[in-house]
Ligand binder design. Structure first.
Ligand code: HEM
Length: 431
């Protein structure tokens, strides 16, 4: 049998080290090198036991195939986000045996997954979203006003791209506005766990156990908060998503606490950090290309292309993990039952076999069948909402802003999972 292609040492560390995701061009170089040498490759730890070896998948076609074959590649058996063993052990201790700190749509497989997904799927369809469009527009207007007031120099991330999608998803879920700062902090602790600026700990170089503890604390606080919301929405259902979840039945019984909390958490968390990253990315692209800014300001039909390209170009969800349900073949490699695989969306969305000049931000890219929302049974539930929010925000920004340029160096967050810009200093002129 041929040797199994393997990476270890520097190259392996570049794939799993949160810091390397802050150095974007270098990261894309790493993925280009790996994809062209060995698109399906085994990643090994320097020291046995630090993390379980996994297959890294970097080509567009292979990531697509795995995403769509939900019978062969499962979400539930192992963690769906890459984790060191120390972190996984801690999660198991916290949950009483499950490696998943939170049980949610992304940790379920068929047939359970679809039963839960169906509970809220309708909510996130374009037809229903039309009913919240006016509310989203008024949030966009207030947000852009804050930016204009803070100008002419302002950081786009804390003023616009972080709070706006949070505001939208909280409104849809029926969470009162005064509780949003707390939700923002908790989400950043959960997803920014690896970045000392975002996790609010002020601690660089935390151990996996410290990170997991921080995440566990955020999960506990989230649970406490949503327990109150559940009681309220059971007593007085108001027709929002939180009321749907609080009163939902699966197989004739209400959701148990862990499943219900997981639902709130996945919606609240997945619903804003991601859109925040693609929104900041779109703004960066426009700030770097004044001609493109002028073109889209004059011709709004270009806007959907900008939104879609920003989502591909930033790929805010950088990876998910899958577990093989049975022996299979992939890219000429034998994948054994229970093997762990990383489907890397950043790498897939920069595969030159699928995208010409993939590092270029090309608003006219067509077709643009990117994988930033995943594919198959778990494809992003909020993709229509994400596009809608971005389109409305940029319509408002383009109405108000006459020019934008960079006023400093944008910085990316250190995270292997959800990542993007954490600062985007801009100089703006507005009318
Ligand atoms: C640009 C913004 C966004 C990006 C890039 C993104 C990306 C993703 C990705 C890659 C997945 C996993 C897909 C797979 O496994 O095939 C996912 C799942 C999910 N997303 Fe998003 N997302 C975004 C915005 C949103 C929003 C606004 C919501 C709103 C509530 C949301 C809710 C969810 C949920 C609930 C899932 C789990 C679906 C399932 O497992 O069935 N996402 N998203």
């Amino acid at each position: 049998m041929a040797d199994v292609p393997t990476i270890r040492g520097d190259l392996a560390r570049a794939v799993i080290d949160p810091a390397s995701y802050a150095d974007w061009d270098n990261l894309l170089d790493v993925f280009d090198q790996i994809r062209s040498d060995t698109p399906v490759v085994r990643v090994m730890p320097d020291e046995e036991g630090v993390f379980d070896p996994f297959w890294l998948i970097t080509s567009y076609d292979d990531v697509m195939r795995i995403s769509k074959d939900n019978a062969t590649f499962l979400n539930n058996p192992r963690t769906v986000v890459f984790s060191l063993n120390e972190g996984i052990e801690f999660a198991k201790a916290m949950t009483g045996g499950s490696p998943h700190m939170v049980a949610s749509l992304v940790t379920f497989d068929a047939p359970v997954h679809m039963k839960y997904r169906k509970l809220t799927q309708e909510w996130f369809m374009p037809k229903n979203l039309r009913s919240v469009e006016a509310e989203i527009r008024s949030l966009a207007e207030a947000t852009v006003q804050r930016l204009v007031d803070a100008g002419p120099e302002a950081d786009f991330v804390p003023l616009v791209s972080a709070p706006y999608p949070l505001h939208v998803v909280m409104q849809i879920m029926g969470v009162p506005e005064e509780d949003e700062p707390r939700m923002l902090m908790l989400t950043q602790q959960m997803f920014g766990g690896q970045d000392e600026d975002l996790n609010q700990s002020g601690m660089a170089d935390m151990t996996p156990e410290q990170i997991t503890q921080l995440v566990a604390g955020a999960v506990a606080d989230f649970e406490k908060y949503f327990a109150g919301i559940t009681a309220e929405k059971r007593a007085n259902p108001t027709g929002d998503v939180a009321s749907t979840i609080a009163n939902a039945m699966v197989d004739g019984a209400p959701l148990n606490d862990r499943d219900m909390m997981g639902y709130y958490i996945i919606l609240a968390a997945a619903g804003h950090d991601t859109t925040s990253a693609s929104t900041a990315g779109a703004m960066l692209a426009l700030a770097q290309d004044p001609e493109q800014f002028a073109r889209v300001k004059a011709d709004r039909s270009l806007l959907p292309g900008i939104v879609e390209e920003a989502i591909r170009w930033t790929s805010p969800v950088q990876h998910f993990m899958r577990t093989a349900a049975q022996d299979t073949e992939l890219g000429g490699q034998h994948i054994a039952k229970d093997d762990w695989l990383m489907i890397n969306y950043v790498a897939a969305n920069h595969d030159p076999a699928q995208f010409d000049d993939p590092r270029k931000f090309d608003a006219a890219r067509s077709p643009n069948r990117h994988l930033a929302f995943g594919a198959g049974a778990h494809q992003c539930l909020g993709l229509h909402l994400a596009r809608l929010e971005m389109r409305i925000l940029f319509e408002t920004l383009l109405d108000r802003l006459d020019s934008i340029e960079l006023a400093g160096e944008p910085l990316r967050s250190k995270s292997t999972f959800v990542g993007g810009l954490k600062t985007l200093p801009l100089r703006i002129t507005a009318s």
